[in-house]
Design a protein around this ligand. Structure first.
Ligand code: DP6
Length: 325
């Protein structure tokens, strides 16, 4: 028996950075995100008594660096289903992985949905989100649809993501400007381990609940300028934590800074656009749907921009009939 799932990545407007429980991936704080329509992972999983060992193929390659984490996740699912069989996992991203485009979010969301289905488990959205979270924190936000909040929770059972608005609620876009295709030097998992070494981390946590309340209000009201100001200052705050961690984490490249500065200039010229950046060098330009074309054309003229990907708010992880093998 095999099953296939597709899942979107998501962009966090209020970020997840730092864990209070490393093993369970319980975050220090809640976060709010939007699923992305055009950054998708498709994963097919089969369990069989004929497989002598687990095999993991990602984007056509046997990926030894990811294999361990994927097998740990399969073990969680095998434990739940009381299943002994080994698995064949084939996964395909429609975008470059490990460059800061959150392939672990879409990857672990798709893996969770496909593997639980083929293992015969019939889990609720909440249970899928809790399980996906243990593979990669941000993956729990790729399970529900549209605009999503991850409730931080003190225990595994209370730390999961819920949809706060459906995809159609607000027509905003995330235009991703890819600045480099190289793999990032320090993964999110590693980077988060030193979050609390920043002298500013405590100050961040003391204000984060207010920020989450405010972002939800601004999304509800569709107040684009104030929403944009907030997400941009949140992205800069995340990088202020990274830059002041020990050792410091510097994810930006010259192209990253160039685009951030241009966004400010375009805004001063009357175009409502804001940026956010994750662990990596690529910049997410957040704008209203009507402005996507003009921004796409502007970005294509910048020599540091290798590729532009336009996303709207999307459905969460779901089963697909198109198996990869
Ligand atoms: C900066 O979810 O990749 O993108 O739980 O260790 O897998 P792990 O981390 P991950 O971290 C994402 C960090 C971020 C912010 C965010 O997406 O909220």
């Amino acid at each position: 028996m095999k099953a296939t799932a597709i899942a979107p990545t998501n962009i966090a407007f209020i970020k997840y950075w730092g864990k209070k429980d490393e093993k369970l991936r319980l975050p220090e704080n809640g976060s709010v995100s939007m699923n992305l329509s055009n950054l998708i992972t498709t994963t097919t999983v089969e369990f069989s008594e004929n497989f002598p060992k687990d095999t993991v193929t990602i984007d056509g390659k046997q990926d030894l660096s990811e294999e361990k984490r994927v097998i740990q996740h399969l073990d969680r699912i095998r434990d739940l289903a009381k299943l002994k069989y080994k698995a064949k996992v084939v996964s395909q991203n429609n975008f470059p992985k490990s460059t800061g485009l959150s392939s672990s979010a879409s990857g672990f969301a798709a893996l969770t949905v496909a593997a639980t289905k083929t293992a015969g488990l019939n889990l609720s959205e909440k249970e899928l989100s809790i399980l996906a979270r243990q593979g990669s924190g941000s993956a729990c936000r790729s399970i529900p649809s549209g605009f999503v909040e991850w409730l931080d929770g003190e225990t595994s059972e209370t730390s999961y993501a819920v949809s706060i608005f459906p995809p159609s609620y607000w027509e905003i876009a995330d235009i991703v400007a890819i600045v480099a295709d190289e793999k990032k030097e320090v993964s999110s998992t590693e980077g988060q381990k030193i979050a609390s070494s920043s002298p500013f981390f405590k100050a961040r946590l003391s204000r984060i609940k207010e920020k989450i309340k405010l972002i939800k209000k601004l999304i509800k009201e569709k107040n684009f300028p104030q929403f944009g100001e907030l997400i941009e200052s949140e992205a800069l705050e995340l990088h202020a934590i990274m830059l002041t961690s020990k050792p410091p984490l510097i994810y930006w490249l010259p192209g990253t800074v160039k685009i951030m500065r241009l966004v400010k200039k375009w805004r001063a010229d009357g175009l409502p656009v804001y940026f956010t950046v994750n662990t990596g060098q690529d910049v997410h330009l957040i704008c209203q749907k009507k402005d996507t074309e003009v921004l796409q054309n502007k970005l294509k003229k910048i020599k540091e921009v290798k590729k532009v990907i336009i996303n709207f708010s999307a459905e969460g992880a779901r089963i697909s009939k198109n198996h990869l093998f």
